[in-house]
Design a protein around this ligand. Structure first.
Ligand SMILES: [Zn+2]
Length: 268
């Protein structure tokens, strides 16, 4: 199993998920089909090798390439969580497994409604490797905005992703890591290993480059405050910044509001 991120648009990631058995591949959120097709071709993936498309959610910057995909690759399935997704041919629901799409790769659909109600994360495993396409639900050290859902739903989504194997690599929908880390570093104690490592990594990269696929679920449980709403350390920080933390859902609500406000930031 190989996963190749393809930067598209300003800061989005499309992906190519490739079977090591027969070279066949699925595209994930291929907003800019010509760019993803060119990346596939460089990897030796021909048009005939492309077997379908996974959509994380209906937002245009993720599903906006679906019509172009079906023109380029007619007859291949387009998977996603709702009819709002253009060119959808196979609707998936929480817990669905797609095991016959790519040889040697199992794909499990995880519904994570909140950013949008139709949001699906895809947990992929093969050859002992584990990865998850998190779209706009989970970012490196952050989470998506609650456009169509509640803090309770995002808490549930974070809990669900927390149960994935620790070594699962996080392949997210946007390169937001620097801004997220600035917020997380203002919330989490600077002497904690997780946030320290993230900040050091970003400094080493001069805050540039591709950070998707560089961190695991185990890392997120350390350096992502949105994954730690049940943690007293995070609750205390939220209180200090003027938020309420009567329970875990309130903590999630206030974390998101503090992040949206843009005032809570550490220079890293
Ligand atoms: Zn979105």
């Amino acid at each position: 199993m190989k996963i190749h991120p393809v930067p598209v648009r300003d800061d989005n990631y499309a992906y190519i998920l490739q079977s090591s058995v027969d070279n066949k591949a699925l595209f994930v959120d291929p907003y800019d089909v010509p760019t993803v097709k060119a990346a596939a071709s460089k990897l030796g993936i021909s048009d005939d090798d492309v077997v379908g498309l996974l959509t994380t959610h209906h937002h245009h910057d993720h599903s906006g390439g679906n019509e172009a995909f079906t023109s380029q690759y007619p007859g291949r399935p387009v998977f996603g969580g709702s009819e709002q997704i253009p060119a959808l041919s196979q609707k998936v629901a929480d817990g669905d497994s797609l095991n016959d799409v790519l040889k040697g790769i199992s794909i499990k659909c995880l519904a994570t409604p909140c950013h949008t109600q139709d949001h699906i994360c895809y947990h992929v495993t093969g050859e002992g490797k584990s990865g998850v396409f998190t779209g706009d639900t989970l970012f490196v050290s952050g989470c998506g905005r609650f456009f169509e859902g509640t803090p309770e739903e995002m808490l549930r989504a974070m809990d669900k992703l927390s149960t994935l194997p620790e070594e699962t690599k996080v392949w997210c929908g946007h390169e937001y890591t620097k801004a997220n880390a600035e917020f997380s570093a203002a919330i989490l104690p600077s002497n904690e290993d997780g946030i320290k490592r993230l900040v050091q990594d970003l400094k080493a990269r001069k805050n540039g480059g591709v950070t998707t696929g560089q961190y695991t679920i185990a890392d997120e449980k350390k350096h992502n405050p949105f994954m730690r709403c049940r943690d007293e350390v995070v609750k205390k920080a939220v209180q200090e910044k003027g938020g309420k933390t009567d329970d875990d859902v309130e903590t999630m609500k206030w974390l998101r509001e503090l992040k949206n406000g843009g005032q809570v930031k550490a220079s890293i």
